[in-house]
Every structure is written in C-alpha cells, then in structure tokens.
Ligand binder design. Structure first.
Ligand code: NAD
Length: 524
C-alpha cells in the first residue's frame, strides 16, 4: 500500500466536498485521490494535512493510498487510506517546476478533443481520452458571468489554447464563489487585482458522467478545477533547473508566496515596482482606513481584502473611493493560494490575528500587525516563524507617531521618576484591556527605571476590587471604555511636590495611517 507524493494542482468543489488532484513527484503522471463515498468525494478530514492546514495548490503532499481505482472517465483515481496526509513542503524546487512544465498540455486539443465535453460512446471528432486531468497555460483568459434561464448565475472561464477557444465552467473553490458575487458581465484577471504580467495556469478535469436523455449518451464536461498563478521563473525560456540550491532569505515577491525557491526567484523575476498589500479586517473601523491609505499611497496596490463582513463588496466602494476590482473575500488561506501578495496588514480581532499571521507567514507574506491582544508566547512564535521563513514581521500596538513618542518619553522620564500610573481611554467597542499601548508603555517604563517605585503603605485598603487598576511591573494601569474616545493615554509620573503628565490623543483613526504605510514600505 503505497504512499505517493504529489504536487497539489487542484482543490475544487465537488458536491458538498472536494476533489483534490496533482502530479506525482516521481514523474509518473497525475493522481486523483478518491474516497469510497459516492463519486469519490473527499471530506475535510481527508484533505486536512498533518499540520492541520488544508491542502493547497503547490503543496507537496504525501498521500497514503490503498490501490488504483481507475474509472473509464477518470483513469487517474486512486482509493485513499484513512491515514492523515502528510505535508512534505510548501516550497517548489526547480525540479518540481520542471515537472510541472513537462506536464503541460499544449493544445489545441484538450482531454480528447476541442469541445467542452467528451461523450461515451465517443462522438465524431473526439476520442475517449487516456486521462482526465490536464494542466494548461491559457492565453487570453477572461471570465464571463451569465444568467441561466432559471435566474441562477453561471460562471465560466474563456481561454485560448494554441488557437482553439475553450469556454468551460469553473469549480475552483475560491474563484467560483468570487465570480458569482460579480454582476453579470465579462471580467479579466486585472479586475481582480492580478497584473497582466502574471501567467495564470489552469487544471482542467473531466466531470462525472451525466446522462443526456435527449442524446442517450454519457457526457463528461471539461471543468476548470483550479486557477492559480504560475510560479516565479515560469516564463524564463531556459529555466535554470541546474541552479544550485542557494540559501537565500525568502522574499516577499510573488515567488515567496508561491513557495518557489527564493534564490531562483531572485535570479529570474523582474520585481514588480508596486507592493501588493492584503488587508485583513478590511471592513472594520481600522481596516477601512487601511484600505483607504493603501489605495492612496504611492508604490502600493491593494491586492486583497479579507473580512467576514461585507463579503463580495468591492473594497474601494466600501470606503468611498470607487471600484477597485478587489472584492472582500472571507478566507485568507484560499485567497493567498491564488492572489499574489507581498504584505498582509492585519487589523482584525484578538481571536483571529494569530491564525491570520501563521497563514501569511506560511505563504511567505510579511505581516504588518496592528491588532492588539497577542500574548507574549504568540509574539515569540510569530517571530520564530517569520525568521524561519526569512521574512520580516512588524507588530505595533500603536502606529500613531505621537503615541510612539509618548512611550519613548515615558521611558526617559522613568529614569528620574519611578512612581507612575497609566490611564488609557478607548472607545467602548474595544475588546481587549488593558490596551496594547498601555502594556508596551509599562514595559518600556519598567526597562527605563533605575530605581524601584515607592511602596504604598502596607495598610492600604482597596474597598472595591480593581479600584487601583491592574498592575504590570508595579505600574497600575486603568482602562476607561467610553464612547467618544478613539484612543488616548495619560502617563502620570509623581515626585516630591510635582507631577509630570504625558498625554496622547488619537482623535481620528487616520492618525495611525502614516505609521501603517511606513511599515508596509519597510516590509522586510
Ligand atoms: P473592528 O471590530 O471594527 O474590526 C475588526 C474587523 O476584523 C471586523 O470587520 C471583523 O469582521 C474582522 N475580522 C475578524 N476576524 C477576521 C478574520 N479572521 N479575517 C478577516 N477579518 C476578520 O475593530 P477595530 O476597531 O478596527 O480594531 C481592530 C484591531 O486594531 C483591535 O485589536 C484594536 O485594538 C487594534 N487597533 C490598533 C491600532 C494600532 O495603531 N496598532 C490602532 C487602533 C486599533
């Protein structure tokens, strides 16, 4: 019972489950792992990998298989065993890319003919194909969103293959729902923020047979099971397969995102001049400001907007800047599988941020994090993962320059005035207390102190628990949550016959944006 390693090239919707397929790394062609369920559908327990992530395009996966299970229309099917699939790597080597290139179907025929289906028995002009999966590099790709007679939307991909035009339905689990959210019409990849310089690739799969009652024949339709961008170096006419493995830091270029050897990326890719930015939490209070700031910043482009709210709404329209062609999508991981991104700016929620950061780093995308509430352990874990990937990660509990200065001045004052308390004041919807700014200020004060603070009398009584605030390194922190505030903080130092108050007020969320844009620009 073999374990076979594949490069994952399809992870598409199939009824209520998925169809996963890929080419074998041993060069022996395609495999479509199938379950014993009707039509071989896979459930999430099947394609969840040993690191708990889901199989993604370009993953190198080791799949425990039972035996070949060829069907007339799906000769590549293999029955899976119950064991968990193992993620070997999320990085394509030059050999993997060479293998993909060798797997390309060049056209003009595709899976047995030039039509959008094959039939059993074979009709004129078509053969029963020897395989049911193909990787193609389309030309003139565009999308069409149409309406069926029933009123349902139909989404299709139109492309040329060596002069033959194909018009096929799409079942790619990221692109199909994305396209369905669009108005009826025709769209290009650029409408989704993908520059025309990118090369899309498609995995085409035959559908299960459908019996045509009129024609009395079985029809298997050709479906676009996956749409993704070619790895870096793909368009080099002589791809440097023999390039020795140079240990280079991961870059935030498209190559890193697509997990291709960064060294090869350095050698082969002309870097895009624009930094492609994803915003997580794009529909939130801060996220909307970030979308605006990125759209208005020079040298950056909004490539992706993620949120659980306002899904499908154009991010530019949401923030009043007009259509950008970047709709809000819900799932960061699957979006990063198809959209090239250099930096992820995260302004989500304390519960969401850690997972988002892991996904970004895994995809070679540098995070710039404004979300507060990450624990020290989580910060250390992010630091470790980013270093292991060779990318930068920037976490700041407060991007306002005034707040940064307040913290610096507080650290200086602490040398001479060790007795200090912090009052932070935020809007009533802020979820975490104390604020990240207050915690960082307290940490800096603790580091800046030369002398310990004066102890309070031992008979001090707290009549209501919490009246003296929470403490961090002997520094009381008081959190105020009231409508009207955006983010304010007072740091009050006390000394003999005197006090010194440092106060910062963010009166508008725009106060954070220059810091965010600066951090995106410094992404490494
Ligand atoms: P918000 O509630 O208005 O917005 C959060 C958004 O994140 C929501 O739209 C929510 O749907 C979305 N979201 C939740 N989980 C998500 C996920 N997994 N993927 C994508 N989107 C997801 O909150 P806000 O006021 O914008 O604040 C966001 C964070 O930013 C908070 O942690 C806040 O403390 C912090 N903040 C930081 C700074 C700074 O300078 N660093 C400044 C202000 C606020």
């Amino acid at each position: 019972m073999p374990i076979i390693e594949i490069i994952c090239l399809a992870n598409s919707r199939k009824h209520s489950g998925r169809c996963v397929a890929g080419v074998r790394t041993d060069g022996k062609g395609w495999i479509r792992p199938v379950s014993i369920m009707p039509e071989g559908v896979l459930q999430d327990r099947h394609y969840t990998l040993d690191d708990t992530s889901e199989a993604q395009i370009y993953d190198i996966i080791r799949i425990p298989l039972d035996k070949p299970n060829p069907q007339p229309h799906h000769p590549e099917d293999w029955l899976i065993r119950p064991e968990t699939w193992e993620l070997s790597s999320r990085r394509l080597t030059a050999e993997h890319i060479a293998l993909l290139k060798a797997s390309l179907t060049l056209g003009p025929t595709l899976l047995g003919g030039v039509e959008d289906r094959i039939t059993y028995p074979a009709s004129a002009g078509n053969d029963i194909p020897s395989h049911s999966l193909a990787l193609v590099q389309p030309e003139n790709l565009h999308f069409i969103v149409k309406s069926r007679k029933s009123g349902d939307k139909q989404v299709r991909v139109i492309f040329d293959l060596m002069g033959t035009q194909y018009n096929l339905a799409i079942t790619d689990m990221e692109w199909e729902p994305r396209l369905r959210l669009k108005e009826l019409g025709t769209y290009t990849l650029e409408d989704f923020g993908i520059p025309s310089s990118e090369s899309p690739l498609l995995t085409i799969s035959l559908s299960e047979p459908l019996l045509s009652e009129v024609a009395g024949e079985n029809r298997c339709y050709k479906l676009v099971a996956a749409l993704f961008l070619a790895p870096t170096g793909w368009n080099q006419s002589e791809y440097p397969i023999e390039t020795p493995a140079i240990v280079a830091p991961a870059t935030t270029k498209r190559g890193a995102k697509h997990k291709v050897e960064e060294a090869v990326a350095e050698a082969t890719e002309t870097p895009s001049s624009l930094i492609r930015v994803a915003v997580a939490g794009a529909a939130g209070r801060m996220g909307r400001e970030v979308v605006r700031a990125i759209m208005e910043a020079e040298g950056m482009t909004l490539a992706l907007a993620v949120d659980h709210q306002n899904v499908g709404v154009d991010a530019g329209e949401l923030v009043g800047l007009g259509r950008t062609g970047v709709p809000i999508v819900e799932d960061l991981a699957s979006a990063l599988a198809v959209i090239a991104v250099d930096v992820l700016v995260d302004f989500t929620l304390p519960d969401s941020v850690f997972n988002n950061l892991k996904i970004a780093i895994e995809n070679g995308v540098s995070p710039v994090v404004g979300t507060t509430g990450l624990s020290q352990e989580q910060l250390e874990e992010i630091d470790r993962r980013a270093k292991a990937k060779g990318i930068g990660a920037f976490v700041a509990p407060n991007f306002a320059i005034g707040a940064v200065l307040m913290m610096e001045f507080a650290a200086q004052a602490a040398k001479y005035m060790p007795d200090v308390e912090i009052i932070e004041l935020h809007h009533e919807k802020k979820l975490d207390s104390p604020s990240g700014t207050a915690l960082l200020t307290a940490q800096k004060i603790a580091e800046g102190r030369v002398n310990p603070p004066t102890s309070l009398p031992s008979n001090t009584v707290e009549k209501i628990e919490g009246a003296r605030g929470a403490t961090f390194s002997d520094i009381p922190i008081h959190s105020v949550r009231l409508s009207g505030f955006v983010a304010s903080q007072e740091v009050i130092f006390g000394g003999l016959g005197q006090t010194l108050t440092l106060r910062h007020d963010s009166l508008d969320r725009r106060s954070f944006m220059p810091g965010v844009v600066l951090s995106v620009g410094l992404r490494n």
